[in-house]
Design a protein around this ligand. Structure first.
Ligand SMILES: NC(=O)c1ccc[n+]([C@@H]2O[C@H](COP(=O)([O-])OP(=O)(O)OC[C@H]3O[C@@H](n4cnc5c(N)ncnc54)[C@H](O)[C@@H]3O)[C@@H](O)[C@H]2O)c1
Length: 359
């Protein structure tokens, strides 16, 4: 982390890694000079030198390690979606709160300078009353659009919980809550285009895909706004289309991750009656939150990997200074509310009804 940051505020050390394969995990540990490596995550969680656990495993391995870490009083950051379903996520939240550990769901896009700037514009009231949020995450994950792409943990409920909806849509749903507010009700439709996939690349043995390839939903926000949400990984041609548009009574803002240092703005204070429409602003430079510490600040671009540096820096600072992870970071509470939205999309798709979320 310190390599990226200037000036160096503080440093943290990775003291242990866990992975399934002895050779791979020990090779990685040697490469990064990490003291310990384990094939069983339980040993990592129990290692007395480990103070913070970063769970980067697939969703079926989020609940148990997080709960075990919290029970041992260790702080925990867990990848998104927080769990396979809202019930698992709630159990993780309850355990983390019971043991008073810091907890964060790794919604890294909250730490994109352009998204932080969009949030500031909204919070400052410059868009007026928010009426409509459009959020999409379409990405072919390097081949999921091809029926020949083999089965991975992503394609089954048992390992992933949800398909494109969990893998991609969870980010757009988090930005909906982050930028606009709490979601009260959901109506959705999900579908699967590739019903079975080869167990391995080229093999004739196949297994069933039982999660969505594409999901589309309508959202009702508590503050009266409406929203739409799209998640798809069979949408050929897109690279990393995490995009949102927020329309207010006075102004609007648009973002697309494929151009992550730009925002499109239509604000009442700079609108020219002769040239209506949106203008593009570059969210670069030291005036912007989450750009300040980077050496890329002056002329270079801010890129995807920097979001993780910002995210983990935020979490480390919250631990060191005993500050709150939210509202800038997403806690397990946000991860749980996020899972409620994902579950509701699927339930609505199955029942054909709007699903109200608990308050
Ligand atoms: N925030 C983001 O932008 C972002 C991007 C990619 C992935 N993710 C999330 O990260 C998580 C992992 O996704 P991925 O694409 O890296 O998956 P992956 O399959 O590439 O990697 C998962 C890792 O978990 C390890 N693992 C699997 N089973 C294990 C076990 N039993 N014990 C220990 N380790 C085990 C694998 O060896 C691998 O290193 C998912 O929840 C995913 O949604 C988030």
């Amino acid at each position: 982390m310190s390599n990226y940051y200037h000036p160096i505020e503080f440093s943290s050390n990775v003291v242990a890694l866990a992975g399934r394969t002895k050779e791979k995990v020990s090779e990685l540990a040697a490469r990064y000079r990490v003291e310990n490596s384990f094939e069983d995550w339980r040993k990592l969680v129990a290692d007395p030198k480990v103070e913070v656990v970063d769970d980067c495993a697939p969703p079926f391995l989020h609940h148990d390690p997080s709960v075990a870490a919290a029970e041992l009083g260790k702080h925990i950051v867990c990848e998104k979606p927080l769990a396979r379903n809202a019930a698992e996520a709630k159990s993780m939240l309850d355990t983390a709160e019971k043991h008073h550990v810091k907890h964060m769901t790794a919604f890294n896009y909250r730490f994109v300078p352009a998204i932080a700037f969009a949030k500031k514009i909204i919070e400052d009231g410059r868009l007026g009353k928010i009426h409509y949020f459009r959020g999409s995450y379409l990405n072919t994950n390097d081949g999921f659009n091809r029926p020949t792409f083999p089965l991975t943990w992503h394609f089954q409920k048992e390992t992933a919980g949800h398909g494109a909806l969990g893998d991609l849509g969870s980010h757009a749903a988090d930005l909906a809550r982050f930028l606009v507010g709490e979601v009260d009700a959901v109506s959705g439709a999900s579908t699967t285009f590739v019903g079975e996939r080869s167990l391995k690349k080229g093999s004739i043995e196949k297994d069933k895909v039982d999660v969505d390839d594409l999901s589309v939903a309508c959202l009702r926000f508590r503050n009266g706004a409406l929203g739409s949400l799209e998640a798809g990984w069979t949408t050929s041609g897109v690279t990393d289309y995490l995009a949102f548009e927020v329309y207010g009574s006075e102004g609007s803002v648009k973002f697309n991750l494929e151009r992550m240092t730009e925002l499109q703005l239509s604000l009442p204070d700079d609108r020219n009656p002769d040239a209506s429409g949106f203008r593009t602003v570059y969210v670069l430079g030291r005036d912007h939150e989450y750009m300040i510490p980077f050496w890329v600040n002056q002329a270079g671009g801010f890129s995807w990997e920097h979001t993780f540096v910002n995210e983990l820096h935020h979490f480390a600072r919250c631990i060191r200074e005993d500050e709150d992870v939210e509202p800038r970071g997403a806690t397990f509470y946000d991860g749980w509310r996020n899972c409620l939205i994902l579950d509701a999309v699927v339930k609505s798709s199955e029942t054909g009804k709007w699903i109200s979320l608990p308050s």
